[in-house]
Write a protein that binds this ligand. Structure first.
Ligand SMILES: [Zn+2]
Length: 559
């Protein structure tokens, strides 16, 4: 069975064959060339990226009968014994299972003796961080005064657990995860050499699952070859490794982004029936969306590695259909949902709810856009020559040609004088400095300024200010609702620096003036009809912007 030997067969035997760790192997080869090797090395990095492989090649390079050499011959007795793992002078110790003080004592005994027939006695200690404190102390003594013929190579996946005293006596090399494309190329070469037909998508799937670990990618390849020795296809890999078809993931992601609930549910049903792990499915979705975001952020050359060029082209084309804000929101939401799904007693239901909710994120328009639209409405209303606008993003002015109350006979309008008064304009004879005062209120409490801008202020007496809302009594209700009247009085006092009483004129007077027509809106406390509310321009704007409907009318004081 060829598959069993495959992983072992392709273990690198010289530095040049090691995948993706050039920064380590070049330095080691230079040291070998110039005869300046250290007495202790520490290799750190994720599992399966070549730490022990490089350690063995280094051992060979040092003990090769033609060495020390940057390129071990792999033919001499020493090289061959190391390859077979039977060299007396190269000991491999698993730190996880030989972690006690006795193991290290044994090591310290044997290290005294000269190598049996090589140049060096070499100790490769894997997972060195697993040693006990006592063992580390014993090891440290050896490291402080190592015999000339001894050399240590430590390997660890958890550098932070290696004591500083050990670390500081070693030359440290950091091994990296191997880039996905490099792993794919490696697998391709291997398959070609073994005469196996392999689909590139299939190899990418394997490499992706291995997460930068060459060893993992090889054992996955072995696993797949065991079932399918002649040919490796994407479907086979998905089936054997229990992956869900990537097209389903992509389509589900787009069902979320396009808020297509029906498609979403049928995709989840498919995945569920397939028996796929729903948590993994959610992670795959997050992965896809993240890649989509990466493509959006860098429309140029940079691209996520685990896609074929065709898939990338498709994603680039589609990426423009969704705004980065929406994408970010959806991603953020799904990442948070991952934890909840893990605890959910009914994962399928939880996943359905989660994705349906994520799909609705698209309905929320970005805030900037809302503000921009409001600004535009406002400009439009000021272009009509009615009302004043400011640079503040207060709610749009109510247009006078659309009064909140529709009277059969229009009531006489109250003229709105353009107050240009100064701050001193504070007595009955002076016009009220409306704009300045509103600006002042805006700086203190924006909502109040918005309400006030719909009314007309005037001095009734030196110490009595009238704010006339008879044209737009609805605004007065809003103003009165939240204790704003008190705020208004405080601000007036602060602005004019004296005691001034403020009276707001509302609908009652107007109603009286209008002879209590029966089609007038109901007095305060009773419900307004939807039709009445719909004529309010601000409400119209909201309906426009949010595509909203009026479901219920509640006045602020009813809250
Ligand atoms: Zn050799």
């Amino acid at each position: 069975m060829s598959y069993l030997v495959l992983a072992r067969k392709c273990r690198p035997q010289v530095f040049e064959e090691v995948l993706g760790q050039g920064h380590v192997t070049r330095t080691l080869q230079n040291a070998l060339k110039t005869n300046r090797t250290a007495h202790a090395y520490l290799f750190s990095g994720p599992r399966g990226v070549g730490k022990t492989t490089v350690a063995r090649i280094l051992a060979k390079a040092l003990n090769c009968q033609e060495g020390p050499t940057p390129v071990p011959c792999n033919r001499c007795v020493s090289c061959q014994e190391i390859t077979q793992g039977i060299s007396l002078d190269v000991q491999e110790i698993d730190g996880a299972s030989n972690r006690g003080i006795d193991d290290i004592r044994e090591l310290r005994e044997s290290i005294k003796y000269l190598p049996a027939r090589s140049r060096y006695k070499i100790y490769i200690i894997d997972e060195v961080h697993m040693l006990t404190g006592e063992a580390f102390n014993a090891l440290l003594k050896t490291l402080e005064e190592p015999p000339r013929h001894a050399l240590f190579i430590f390997a660890t996946t958890e550098l932070n657990k290696v004591p500083l005293t050990i670390y500081s006596r070693c030359q440290v090399f950091h091994f990296r995860r191997v880039a996905l494309n490099a792993v794919v190329d490696h697998l391709k070469t291997l398959c070609a050499r073994e005469g196996v037909e392999a689909d590139e998508r299939a190899l990418r799937l394997i490499a992706k699952q291995a997460e930068g670990s060459v060893r993992d990618s090889l054992s996955l390849l072995d696993q797949i070859l065991a079932f399918s020795p002649e040919e490796i296809t994407e479907e086979k890999v998905q089936e054997i490794l229990g992956f869900v078809d990537r097209r389903i993931i992509n389509d589900t992601a787009w069902a979320v982004l396009e808020n297509d609930g029906k498609r979403l549910l049928s995709r989840i049903a498919e995945v569920y029936e397939f028996g796929y792990d729903l948590k993994q499915f959610l992670r795959d979705l997050v992965d896809y969306l993240r890649n989509l975001l990466l493509i959006q952020l860098d429309a140029g050359e940079g691209s996520p590695a685990d896609f074929t060029p065709e898939e990338l082209a498709e994603m680039r084309e589609k990426a423009g259909k969704v705004s980065p804000e929406v994408l970010e929101e959806v991603l953020h939401f799904l990442v948070r949902a991952e934890g909840e799904l893990r605890r959910a007693p009914q994962p399928r239901l939880a996943l359905e709810m989660t994705l349906l909710r994520a799909a609705r994120i698209k309905e929320f328009v970005p805030v900037e856009e809302v503000l921009e639209r409001l600004e535009r409405t406002k400009e439009a209303s000021s272009d009509n020559g009615k009302g004043k606008t400011s640079s503040f993003s207060a709610p749009p002015q109510v247009r006078e040609e659309e009064p909140f109350y529709s009277n059969p006979s229009p009531s006489p309008r109250i003229a709105r004088p353009e107050f240009e008064g100064e701050r001193e304009g504070s007595s009955k004879g002076d016009p009220f400095p409306r704009e300045k005062f509103l600006e002042f209120v805006r700086s203190r409490y924006l909502p109040l300024a918005a309400y006030l801008s719909h009314g007309v202020p005037r001095w009734a007496e030196d110490n009595l200010l009238e704010w006339d809302f008879r044209e737009e009594p609805f605004q007065l209700r809003l103003l009165e609702a939240n204790g704003n009247q008190k705020k208004l009085e405080d601000l007036v006092r602060e602005f004019f620096r004296r005691e001034i009483r403020v009276v707001c004129l509302g609908e009652d007077k107007k109603a009286a003036k209008a002879n209590k027509k029966s089609d007038l809106p109901s007095p305060r406390g009773k419900r307004l009809s939807i039709q009445t509310v719909l004529t309010q321009p601000q409400i119209k704007d909201l309906i426009d912007i949010f595509q909203a409907e009026v479901a219920e009318i509640r006045l602020p004081q009813e809250r």
